[in-house]
Design a protein around this ligand. Structure first.
Ligand code: SF4
Length: 548
């Protein structure tokens, strides 16, 4: 059922099927974003005759704690909680919260803890039982916050405590749980869900922003490789924003529709946001945490940031919007990197995808520049894959060919990765490489796919070259790790490369065992080097190369 929901609707299943075995939890993990079971209580008294759990073996605390423990071992983001007012004492509530805390400390998988107040129902055995009052609920929420710490998500169902939302927030609650516009609360059908707009307004009055989350909490959504099965992780990535919350709309850069106006409910701008914006508009350099904070702005903060940006634009550019007529020239789609987001490059594992590999001759590059100039372009944008044969001299030759054909053409080039490669193969510092192209010097550097090797969470997705570069400003040798002036012990480029030879065959054990293997000498059946050399659509006549 969960698989059907996931695949047919795209919704993220959160499963609460009760006590489960290891195999059942593992099976559900493949098709759910999170799972849960209420611990309810750790009081064994309640399982004795006369207690609310008598005759319900699945409600025995040891059984439920074991399910929660197994979920932790299996890395399942998990929801649990306690039910108050069922005959337990306050000491027993504290014991239950401590048991949850201990499991979370062991496995880190408890994404939220629900504090649910018992509501008496007509026609049940406890129809006449006392319900916990508001003070009891507030005491328990506050106690949960103290025991579980500031990072735990604590929830109390809002439909069970209408009219007192600010007091619940004041006691330590930070989540309202699932609120359905479609289905009632099946356990408490007499208690309707609140209107989300009303909840947002009341939360804003308490200085809180109501933010739409997924069935998996942000901390787990941001680490999908650890906490989610691959199929679920893909869907979570689609549905979540950069912070791991739910995307509120489908807008993305490149859409022709204008972005929807953000909802603004907060009365005041966060003083920290106001301080950062003031620093930025005063021309001061922001540090990394400040920039991250600006990107996370929501509600009134978002309006403040975008308003300041627009004012700055107005001051700098007025009402003038500029553009340039240009042409992209992508001289090769052969690339020995394997960036996971790339839909352009050709490599060993996808030579038969998206057309044939190509490597344009200099004459063709120049012809395209001439053609662009004749059609009114004043700029060419140069970017390509990181071809294993390219050196700094190759990039310089491309620029010279364009300048020779169209002296007035503005050259926008190269990507940071290409500059790094060019500088390293010429054994020049990064700072002088663009100048090394002399007459053909590009006037602007190009961006490259938004990769940011400084972002900690993305590091393991990056190619080795970026990891190498991260080791410090002295690390500038991408393809020949041994050329690095000061290799660090953690450097993956230097440690994997046995010699300053070609970069293409180093994965092959045969080639790793001998220095500077060449295409002609390589006999490995898995070698892609030779195939790439013969697969070029047009031979690069006169092209300088790094071939040894
Ligand atoms: S370096 Fe550029 S061309 Fe090569 S795989 Fe990465 S994004 Fe694609």
């Amino acid at each position: 059922m969960c698989g059907l929901v996931l695949r047919e609707t795209g919704l993220l299943p959160h499963a609460n099927p009760g006590v489960m075995t290891r195999e059942e939890i593992a099976g559900l993990r493949e098709v759910t974003a999170s799972q849960g079971i209420m611990l309810e209580s750790t009081s064994e008294r309640l399982c004795e005759k006369g207690g609310v759990h008598y005759g319900s073996p699945d409600k025995h605390p040891a059984v439920r704690l074991e399910t929660i423990r197994l979920a932790g071992e299996l890395k399942v983001p998990f929801t649990t909680g306690i039910l108050i007012g069922i005959g337990e004492t306050r000491e027993e509530r504290i014991e239950a919260l401590q048991a949850i805390r201990d499991l979370h400390e062991a496995h880190g998988h408890i994404q939220e803890v629900i504090v649910q107040n018992f509501r008496a129902k007509p026609d049940t055995k406890r129809a006449d039982a006392d319900e916990p009052d508001l003070d009891d609920l507030l005491w328990t929420i506050a106690t949960a916050r103290l025991i579980l710490g500031p990072d735990m998500n604590i929830q109390a169902p809002p439909n069970l405590s209408p009219g007192v939302y600010p007091r619940l927030i004041g006691a330590g609650l930070n989540d309202w749980g699932g609120i359905s516009p479609v289905t009632p609360d099946h356990v408490n059908p007499e208690a309707p869900w609140p209107a989300i707009d009303e909840l947002a307004r009341l939360s804003a009055e308490m200085g809180k922003l109501l933010v739409n989350r997924l069935a998996v909490y942000p901390a787990y959504a941001r680490a999908p490789d650890t906490w989610l099965a691959p199929e679920v992780a893909t869907q979570v990535r689609r549905m979540s924003d950069a912070e791991g919350f739910a995307r509120d709309d489908d807008w993305a850069p490149g859409n022709t529709e204008p972005p929807p106006a953000p909802r603004v409910l907060a009365r005041e701008v966060d003083p920290e946001i106001a301080r950062i914006v003031d620093r930025a508009t005063a021309g001061q350099r922001l540090d990394h945490p400040e920039i991250v904070r600006l990107f996370a702005a929501r509600d009134a903060d978002y309006r403040h940031v975008t308003g300041a940006a627009n004012a700055l634009r107005q001051a700098v550019s007025g009402d003038v919007v500029r553009y340039v007529v240009n042409r992209n020239i992508n001289y090769t789609n052969i690339c020995y990197f394997r960036c996971r987001f790339c839909a352009f490059s050709k490599g060993r594992t996808h030579e038969d995808l998206r057309g044939a590999p190509y490597d344009l001759a200099l004459e063709e590059v120049a012809r395209r520049a001439v053609e662009a100039w004749q059609r009114g372009a004043t700029e060419v944008c140069l970017q390509g894959g990181i071809h294993p044969d390219y050196t700094g001299e190759t990039y310089a030759a491309i620029c010279r060919a364009i300048k020779a054909a169209v002296p007035g053409m503005h050259i926008h080039a190269f990507s940071p990765l290409e500059v790094t490669q060019g500088a390293a193969t010429l054994q020049k510092p990064l700072s002088v490489f663009p100048g090394a192209t002399e007459a053909g010097r590009p006037r602007h550097l190009a961006g490259h796919g938004g990769r940011d090797p400084r972002r900690r969470g993305a590091r393991h997705h990056l190619p080795r070259q970026d990891q190498h570069r991260r080791n410090g400003s002295t690390c500038s040798a991408p393809r020949t790790g041994s050329a690095c002036a000061r290799p660090r012990p953690s450097c993956t480029a230097t440690s994997r490369r046995r010699s300053p030879g070609r970069a293409i065959c180093w994965r092959c054990a045969t080639c790793r065992s001998r220095p500077a293997a060449s295409p002609s000498s390589c006999r490995c059946p898995s070698c892609t080097w030779k195939r790439r050399c013969t697969a070029r659509a047009a031979p690069a006549a006169g092209r300088p190369s790094a071939r040894r």
